[in-house]
Design a protein around this ligand. Structure first.
Ligand code: HXC
Length: 257
């Protein structure tokens, strides 16, 4: 049984993972990251799991790496940091991952939200990379993913100045795709997860992979990948089903084949 998070399974293959370290605003310990990586690995391995929502509490999605734990690690400790393996596992998750963010998403918490494919934010959410205030810098993708999401000037301002931005600002900057009333953030994310879970799983997986490729490749390579993925889908039963259902004027029922 995980100690730092809860996993709930809903209809239509949707899972909700809720971080649960309220005493430390869901600060990311080695244990929490390992439990999150393992919950995602379970969802990855289960063909019935089609989309995952990740959330925290009303006060904090996650306030960053656990500073108390970080203080105990020296240079060699950080070089051998077991959390790296967990971050890699989270990065590798191939199914749709939606972050439902209320309250603080700071440092590693903001980086964790940016590992999600879609971020839905409550009005009261705050995003920031305050590591500079601790004499360090982001270390779980913050300099790379934030710049790609919000552009150079805003990313520099947030990382070098350590100031956080609110949900509306994050929406304008492109870091999040929707802002909701805080009490509806999780509900809206679950709704979106259910919508995506009803699509053809192989098409969703390859479309996610193609979109992520756009973040780290040149246009020609990305377009080649897209074309190959598009062609691969021509061999799936779900493509036949999708086209037939359109012609029959009925909803499609995708099997993942
Ligand atoms: C450990 C934390 C924590 C953190 C909060 N807490 N953030 N513990 N690690 N990152 C704990 C506090 O110590 C406190 O516990 C309790 O949570 C409540 O926090 P308060 O500070 O009392 O709440 P509040 O006044 O509302 O302020 C909220 C806050 C502040 C603005 C979010 O807690 C804060 O600035 N936290 C640190 C944010 C940060 O710097 N994050 C980046 C970390 S570095 P006690 O027991 O004292 O009451 C990082 C690097 C990532 O993330 C690298 C990845 C490889």
């Amino acid at each position: 049984m995980p100690q730092t998070l809860a996993v709930e399974c809903f209809e239509h293959g949707v899972r909700l993972i809720t971080l649960q370290r309220p005493q430390a605003l869901n600060a990311l310990t080695t244990e929490l990251l390992a439990e999150l990586a393992s919950a995602l690995a379970e969802a990855e391995a289960d063909p019935d799991a089609r989309a995952v929502v990740l959330t925290g509490s009303a006060r904090a999605f996650a306030a960053g790496a656990d500073i108390k734990e970080m203080a105990e690690r020296d240079l060699v400790g950080i070089l051998n940091d077991p959390r790296q393996a967990s971050w890699h596992a989270i990065t590798r998750f191939s199914k749709p991952l939606i972050a439902a963010v209320n309250g603080f998403a700071l440092g590693g918490g903001c980086e964790l939200a940016m590992h999600a494919d879609i971020i839905i934010a409550g009005e009261d959410a705050r995003f920031g990379q305050p590591e500079i205030n601790l004499g360090i810098m982001p270390g779980a993708g913050g300099t790379q993913r934030l710049l790609r999401a919000v552009g150079k000037s805003m990313a520099m301002q947030m990382v070098l100045g350590g100031e956080s931005i609110d949900a509306r600002h994050a929406l304008r900057a492109g870091l999040v795709s929707e802002v909701t009333q805080p009490e509806y953030t999780v509900e809206r994310a679950l709704q979106l997860a259910t919508l995506i879970a009803g699509k053809a799983p192989l098409a969703v997986r390859l479309a996610k992979e193609a979109l992520l490729k756009a973040m780290d490749t040149d246009l020609a390579t990305g377009l080649r990948f897209e074309r190959q993925a598009f062609t691969l889908l021509a061999g799936t039963r779900d493509r036949d089903e999708g086209i037939r259902a359109f012609q029959d004027k009925r909803p499609a029922h995708f099997s993942g084949q």
